[in-house]
Design a protein around this ligand. Structure first.
Ligand SMILES: *[C@@H]1O[C@H](CO)[C@@H](O)[C@H](O)[C@H]1NC(C)=O
Ligand SMILES: *[C@@H]1O[C@H](CO)[C@@H](O)[C@H](O)[C@H]1NC(C)=O
Ligand SMILES: *[C@@H]1O[C@H](CO)[C@@H](O)[C@H](O)[C@H]1NC(C)=O
Ligand SMILES: *[C@@H]1O[C@H](CO)[C@@H](O)[C@H](O)[C@H]1NC(C)=O
Length: 318
């Protein structure tokens, strides 16, 4: 009876011990190279399965939580359960990549890089990237390749990744730049506004000047027309006077005077020969001086009132 009781008590104890041993084996899978390279189906993780998942990354997680979250949000998944999302340096230049690699132990204090050897992508310690002297994350004697993110200074120093401090400085300088650009935009807008106002003013002034010039030209045209008419009258008057002139005195004197008159007449005749024809109706030679004055006054009135007057339709009062 007592024996049986001991057996009953021993069963769960044994199963617990067995369970513990089994769990211990499972959790230790990633701890040794041999175990990590073997699947439950006795499948070995081979170098040729490995590949680069993402190039030129700009962010490297710093903690396990960040790493898990990053994988989740960026949907970083490998196409084989044996492969692990691993952060690696680029073989050349200050660049960082993420790839799917077989878990491997790194037994030297160097950062991890990938390399292409013939058609195969592999991971290896980077010769010229020591990590033993880092202030925050000095390398351990041995680390597993999938834990490379834990030595984030590798990627900050050799992989072109900015540290949070650098990021803050960059953000601040960008903010500063944004502010100064905004100010500049405001200044430019103000200047453009002012220029528009100036241009509007200039256009207005030009318009007014053109209008004034047009008015002047019109006035000059009117004046010119008036002058032509007066010139015509001057000719008429001169002709009338020469017709009335008494022929007393010597013949020579009279001839000289006549010559003078002809000389005075010449410029008008040359300039406006047609005016004489238009403005010299036959009866005007017999007219009195007062009569001619009335005609002149009449025209002047019309001109003052700015009445357009066709030369050929001028009506002379009889
Ligand atoms: C695993 O595979 C190797 C050959 O690839 C074989 O020798 C070995 O017996 C296998 N182990 C198991 C547990 O199947
Ligand atoms: C996994 O993806 C890589 C890159 O896209 C490809 O070369 C490889 O053949 C894939 N492997 C499997 C098992 O699908
Ligand atoms: C590399 O791949 C090419 C074609 O993709 C193939 O012809 C060549 O044999 C491969 N070389 C090796 C070493 O696997
Ligand atoms: C506008 O005109 C004022 C003076 O008239 C001048 O001082 C200013 O520079 C001008 N602004 C622009 C943008 O042309």
């Amino acid at each position: 009876m007592i024996r049986n009781l001991i057996w009953v008590a021993a069963i769960p104890l044994v199963s617990l011990v067995l369970q513990h041993i089994f769990m211990g084996n499972v959790t230790s899978v990633s701890l040794t190279q041999e175990d990590s390279n073997k699947d439950i189906d006795n499948f070995t993780c081979e170098d040729h399965m490995q590949y680069i998942l993402m190039e030129k990354v700009t962010f490297v997680p710093r903690t396990r939580e960040e790493y898990m979250d990053y994988k989740e949000t960026k949907n970083l998944k490998c196409n084989h359960t044996m492969l692990k999302v691993t952060i690696v340096l680029n073989p050349v230049g200050k660049k960082t990549n993420i790839g799917c690699f077989c878990e491997k132990p790194v037994a030297v204090k160097k950062c991890l890089e990938y390399n292409e050897n013939k058609n195969v992508t592999i991971i290896q310690p980077k010769g010229d990237a020591p990590c033993n002297d880092f202030s925050i994350t000095p390398c351990k004697v041995k680390y597993f390749s999938s834990e490379s993110y834990k030595f984030f200074e590798c990627f900050e120093k050799y992989g072109g990744i900015s540290s949070p401090n650098e990021n803050e400085r960059k953000i601040n300088s960008l903010k500063q730049r944004e502010l100064s650009l905004k100010t500049k935009i405001q200044e430019l807008n103000k200047m453009l506004e002012q220029r528009e106002i100036n241009l509007t003013k200039v256009i207005q002034t030009q318009k007014e000047t053109i209008e004034q010039r047009d008015d002047k030209i019109e006035n000059l045209q009117d004046e010119n027309d008036g002058l032509k008419i007066y010139k015509g009258f001057a000719i008429v008057l001169i002709n009338c006077n020469s017709g009335k002139r008494p022929t007393t005195g010597s013949g020579d004197q009279a001839a000289a005077l006549k010559n003078n008159d002809q000389q005075k007449q010449e410029p008008f005749d040359v300039d406006e020969p047609e005016l004489e024809n238009i403005l010299l109706p036959d009866n005007i030679y017999q007219a009195e001086d007062t009569f001619e004055l009335q005609v002149g006054e009449h025209l002047e009135e019309d001109l003052k009132m700015n009445k357009p007057r066709d030369k050929e339709s001028v009506d002379y009062p009889v």
